[in-house]
Write a protein that binds this ligand. Structure first.
Ligand SMILES: NC(=O)c1ccc[n+]([C@@H]2O[C@H](COP(=O)([O-])OP(=O)(O)OC[C@H]3O[C@@H](n4cnc5c(N)ncnc54)[C@H](OP(=O)(O)O)[C@@H]3O)[C@@H](O)[C@H]2O)c1
Length: 277
C-alpha cells in the first residue's frame, strides 16, 4: 500500500527508537524507501552514523537524521523530542529500543530486571510521554514493538517477559486513552528474528531457552518490518508478524493447556537447570 490514501507517504516524519540496529533499522529502511523522513534514536553515536550512512546509500534522497539519547533517562528524552519536533513536526513514534537479559532466575543479577524494565518498558513510556505534546491530535501514531514474550511465558526470560507483558498491558490501556484524541496506537508482537540482539543472545543463552523459543520458527526481519509499516496504513492495532507465529499465538490463546504442554516438553528434552557447573 503506497498510493493515494496511504498513511505512510512522503513528507511524513517518523522517530524510531532503536533505529540504529535490527528491526528499528529495517523499519527505517522501509519507511525512507517510501519517502518518509526518519530520525534514528539510540545511544551509540558511531552506530547511529553508520546506520544513517547505510540508509542514505540504499535509498536515494533519504531524509535521515540521528539523535543520541538513552531512552531510560526521562529528562534527556523530553529534551530530545522537543528539539526534534522544533526542527521537523513528528507524525509517528516507533518504539523499538530494547535489550535482552536471559538466564536462570536464580543466577540472573538483580540488575538484569532493573535494566530490562528501565529500557524495554520505561524507555517506551518515557518516549511516549515526551512525544505526545508534539504529535498531531488527531492524526499521530505510536507503534510499540513488544514480543510474543509479552503474550506468554518463556524459559530464561523472567526479566524480558516481565517487561514485555508490562508493555503489552500499557499499550492496550493507552490505546483507549489515545483513540478519542485521534492518535493510533499499534502493538507489534514478533517472535524471534535474526538481529544483533539475537546474535549476542546466542552466545550465552540457556539450552532450555533456545529449545523453548525456537518452538516457533524465526521470521525474516524484513517481513516483521513490512507488517509493522503495513499496520500504519491499515490501522491494525495489533500484529503478530508471520503466518506461523500468528497461528501459534492464536492456538495458545484458544488452547492454553496445549501451549504449556508443548513448552514443557521442549524444555524437558534439554533441561539442565541452574545447578549445572
Ligand atoms: N530479535 C528478536 O528476536 C526480537 C523478538 C521480539 C521482539 N524483539 C524486540 O524488537 C526490538 C528490537 O530488537 P532487535 O533484535 O532489533 O535489537 P537490536 O538489533 O539489538 O537493536 C536494539 C536497538 O535499541 C537501541 N537501544 C538499546 N538500549 C537503548 C537505550 N537505553 N536507549 C536508546 N536506544 C537503545 C540500540 O542502540 P544502542 O545500544 O546504541 O543504544 C539498538 O539501536 C526490541 O524491543 C526487542 O525486544 C526482538
Amino acid at each position: 500500500m503506497s498510493g493515494v490514501g496511504s498513511w505512510v507517504r512522503a513528507g511524513r516524519h517518523a522517530v524510531v527508537t532503536g533505529g540504529s540496529s535490527g528491526l528499528g533499522l529495517e523499519i527505517s529502511r522501509q519507511l525512507v524507501g517510501r519517502g518518509v523522513g526518519v530520525t534514528l534514536l539510540a545511544r551509540d553515536e558511531a552506530k547511529l552514523a553508520t546506520a544513517a550512512q547505510a540508509l542514505r546509500a540504499q535509498v536515494a534522497d533519504a531524509a535521515v537524521r540521528t539523535r543520541s539519547v538513552d531512552v531510560s533517562d526521562p529528562d534527556a528524552v523530553v529534551d530530545a523530542f522537543a528539539g526534534l519536533a522544533a526542527d521537523h513536526p513528528i507524525d509517528v513514534l516507533i518504539n523499538s529500543a530494547g535489550i535482552m537479559r536471559e538466564g536462570y532466575f536464580e543466577t540472573l543479577p538483580a540488575a538484569a530486571f532493573t535494566d530490562v524494565m528501565d529500557i524495554n518498558f520505561f524507555g517506551t513510556v518515557n518516549a511516549i510521554r515526551a512525544v505526545l505534546p508534539h504529535l498531531p491530535h488527531p492524526g499521530g501514531r505510536i507503534v510499540n514493538i513488544a514480543s510474543l514474550a509479552g503474550l506468554t511465558g518463556v524459559f530464561g526470560y523472567t526479566p524480558y517477559c516481565a517487561a514485555k507483558h508490562a508493555l503489552v498491558g500499557f499499550t492496550n490501556a493507552l490505546r483507549f486513552e489515545m483513540e478519542p484524541q485521534g492518535i493510533g496506537v499499534h502493538l507489534i508482537c514478533p517472535g524471534e528474528f535474526d538481529s544483533p540482539l539475537v546474535e549476542a543472545l546466542d552466545a550465552t543463552r540457556t539450552p532450555e531457552n533456545r529449545a523453548h523459543t525456537l518452538t516457533i520458527p524465526k521470521v525474516p526481519v524484513e517481513t516483521i518490518a513490512r507488517e509493522t509499516v503495513a499496520a500504519l496504513d491499515s490501522g491494525r492495532d495489533q500484529v503478530i508478524p508471520g503466518r506461523v507465529p500468528a497461528l501459534v499465538s492464536t492456538g495458545q490463546r484458544l488452547l492454553p493447556a496445549a501451549g504449556k504442554l508443548v513448552g514443557r516438553r521442549k524444555v524437558a528434552q534439554v533441561y539442565r537447570g541452574p545447578g549445572h557447573p
